[in-house]
Design a protein around this ligand. Sequence first.
Ligand SMILES: NC(=O)c1ccc[n+]([C@@H]2O[C@H](COP(=O)([O-])OP(=O)(O)OC[C@H]3O[C@@H](n4cnc5c(N)ncnc54)[C@H](O)[C@@H]3O)[C@@H](O)[C@H]2O)c1
Length: 350
Amino acid sequence: MLTGHTGFKGTWMTMLLEQLEIPVVGYSLQPEKNSLFDRANRIGAIPELFADIRDSKSIDNFIDYYKPSIIIHMAAQPLVLESYQKPRETFEINVMGTVNVLSSAFSKDYMKVILVVTSDKVYKNNNFGVPFTEVDSLEGHDPYSASKVGTESVVVAWQVISGLSGGPKVFSARSGNVIGGGDIGKDRLFADLVEGWLSSRTVFIRNPSSTRPWQHVLDPLYGYLLAIEHVLLGEEVKAINFAPKSKSMSVKEIVDLAQSYFPIIVNFKDSNQVGNSNDRESKFLDVDPTLASIKLKWETQYSQKDSIIKTLEWWKNHALLGRNAHQLCKEEIEEFLNKINNNPLHPNNK
Ligand SMILES: NC(=O)c1ccc[n+]([C@@H]2O[C@H](COP(=O)([O-])OP(=O)(O)OC[C@H]3O[C@@H](n4cnc5c(N)ncnc54)[C@H](O)[C@@H]3O)[C@@H](O)[C@H]2O)c1
């Protein structure tokens, strides 16, 4: 079962699972107009329910009906700037939504593993630029990050319950900023760049010197599946990072690279116009992926630069050349899976 299957990561995850021949059912709100889900015409592609994660009865009925043994819980209010406008809703969805999923899942004897997707923004960030490891302190500055720290606390509470009374295994995955074809998230750098490029409008860029661990969306998604398999095989994972090994790239470096490919007009100075100030978002963010690399033999297949180019190419093919979004994703997933040597999840290696 995948929650948040109509979102950016959820749509890619559903297609990745399909290509790996792993059946999945989805629970989310209705897809947004022009989202990847919408562009790739995914409605009805898998058994799905459009309902709220805050509705505990509805989740329980859904789980009872489909009896999944694994849950990937991604549904969330994931936007930092929106969390300042809607802090209460952000906490209700991200924290209580997770409580609803876990408390229902723990009442089913067929449930085996639950992965809760949180974020690299859960780490207490003093902006020193030192990569965070899984044992570092957590503290959220903005409401979104704080709500995801709350989500992490919920995960720990149910890990304790699982240890004391038995039940499914629960762990969290903390991944860095993902990019890839089809993301239309508000105030996300790539969505803004692509929108500006396609509409020939000036893009206002906030915090050009901020750094983020950019990675192609398929990299952490594949890592999530490896981690689930690991836990299913009886290994212990409590929380795990997914991020590129290389130093995080700055917003300015990414914009420069994008501009070398496509004619995008940007304005770096006018950060007030996008309703932001420097202290609303962290400045430096690096995440250490050593645990995933040792435990799961996971590493990113695409460099940060490749990920950026792949994202721009996807948009060029889809938005300018009119190519089918689903087909483009399928081709990328096939290419990605072919890159992985001895991929234990690939149908050919089952
Ligand atoms: N995109 C990133 O760079 C990034 C980085 C780190 C972590 N994450 C996390 O990954 C997950 C997916 O992010 P995304 O980028 O795909 O976001 P998205 O906004 O594209 O998708 C969010 C999904 O959650 C669902 N959802 C939201 N509120 C809901 C509610 N009340 N009830 C039921 N479903 C609800 C939406 O319908 C959608 O399917 C989130 O948990 C996010 O915090 C994202």
